[in-house]
Design a protein around this ligand. Structure first.
Ligand SMILES: NC(=O)c1ccc[n+]([C@@H]2O[C@H](COP(=O)([O-])OP(=O)(O)OC[C@H]3O[C@@H](n4cnc5c(N)ncnc54)[C@H](O)[C@@H]3O)[C@@H](O)[C@H]2O)c1
Length: 260
C-alpha cells in the first residue's frame, strides 16, 4: 500500500524544510499551502486550513492515494500577519479541523506533528478564566466570536492559539493511541524563516529575546526538520501526547531565572 506524507505550510520556512527531510520516508508526498507549491517529487495541493471543504478534500486525496503515514502541520500565521481573530482561526481552529479530518484515516504507524510555538508556553491563567475555559472548545460555532474580543493584542492571540494547539495535540493523541496513531506537537523557538525574520524586524521584544538567548542565535529550519523526522520515525514509536520544545534552552533560561 502506498504510504502518504502531508506537509502543510510546505511553500516556506519550516514546512519546506520538513518536506525535504521527509523525502524517502513515504511513497507519496503532498505539499500543501494557500497556493499549490510546485516542488519536484511532491504533489502540490492548494488548501486554506480555514476552509473545511478544502481540508476534507485534502484528507480525501490521502485516502485516494493510499495510507496516512505522516502529517506535518506547519501552516500558521504570526502576530504580524493578521488580527487576533484570524490568528486564532488559522492556528487553533485550523489545527483542530485538520486533525479531525485525518482522524478517520489513522492506521497503525500514522503520525501527526502540529506546530505550536515556544509562545504556547505562556501560562494561560494570565489571560483570565474565560479564555482559559474556552481554549479547549475551538469546534463550537461561537468560539471565535467569544474568544477574539477578549484577546488584548495579536501577540497574546498567537500565544493563545499555540496553547490551544498543544491541547488539541494531547487530546488527539489519546484518541489516536488505540488506533495505533501518534500525535506530538512541536514548539519551535525563534527560527530563521520568513516568518521569524518578519517578527524580528518588527517587534523590538523579539530582538531583546534574541540578545538574551542562551545560544545567542536563531534556530535553523533544518534543525526543526531533523527533530520532526525523528518524531515521525519508528524510533519514536512510544512518543505521543507531549509537546517537543526546540528552542535552544530559551524557555529554560526564563523558567529558571527566578529560581537561583
Ligand atoms: N519562525 C518562527 O520563529 C516560529 C516560531 C515558533 C513557531 N512557529 C510556527 O511554525 C510554523 C511554521 O512557521 P514558519 O516560520 O516556517 O512560517 P512561514 O511563514 O515561513 O511559512 C508558513 C506557511 O504557512 C502558510 N499558510 C499560512 N496561512 C495558511 C492557511 N490558512 N492555510 C494554509 N497554509 C497557510 C504560508 O503560506 C506559508 O507558506 C507556524 O505554525 C508558526 O506559527 C514559527
Amino acid at each position: 500500500m502506498t504510504t502518504v506524507g502531508v506537509i502543510t505550510g510546505a511553500a516556506s520556512g519550516m514546512g519546506r524544510a520538513c518536506l525535504e527531510r521527509l523525502r524517502g520516508t513515504v511513497d507519496a508526498l503532498l505539499a500543501v499551502d494557500l497556493e499549490a507549491p510546485a516542488i519536484d517529487g511532491a504533489e502540490g495541493v492548494a488548501c486554506d486550513v480555514r476552509d473545511a471543504v478544502a481540508v476534507e478534500a485534502l484528507a480525501g486525496r490521502v485516502r485516494e492515494l493510499g495510507t496516512f503515514r505522516t502529517l506535518v502541520h506547519a501552516a500558521g500565521i504570526s502576530p504580524m500577519m493578521g488580527d487576533a481573530r484570524t490568528i486564532v482561526d488559522v492556528n487553533l481552529v485550523g489545527t483542530a479541523r485538520i486533525l479531525d479530518a485525518f482522524e478517520p484515516l489513522v492506521v497503525p504507524g500514522s503520525v501527526a506533528v502540529p506546530f505550536s510555538s515556544s509562545a504556547g508556553y505562556l501560562p494561560l491563567a494570565l489571560l483570565g478564566d474565560e479564555l482559559t475555559g474556552l481554549v479547549g472548545q475551538p469546534r463550537t460555532a461561537d468560539f471565535l466570536d467569544r474568544a477574539a474580543p477578549l484577546l488584548p493584542d495579536t501577540g497574546m492571540a498567537y500565544s493563545y492559539s499555540k496553547v490551544g494547539v498543544q491541547l488539541e495535540a494531547r487530546k488527539a493523541a489519546v484518541r489516536w493511541a488505540p488506533l495505533g496513531g501518534r500525535v506530538v506537537s512541536l514548539s519551535p523557538g525563534s527560527i530563521d524563516t520568513p516568518m521569524g525574520r518578519l517578527e524580528l524586524e518588527n517587534q523590538p521584544v523579539m530582538r531583546d529575546m534574541l540578545d538574551a538567548h542562551p545560544m545567542a542565535r536563531l534556530g535553523g529550519a533544518g534543525e526543526i526538520a531533523a527533530v520532526v523526522a525523528f518524531i515521525c520515525s519508528d524510533d519514536a514509536s512510544f512518543l505521543s501526547g507531549i509537546d517537543v520544545l526546540v528552542d535552544g534552552a530559551e524557555q529554560a533560561k526564563q523558567m529558571t531565572a527566578t529560581q537561583g
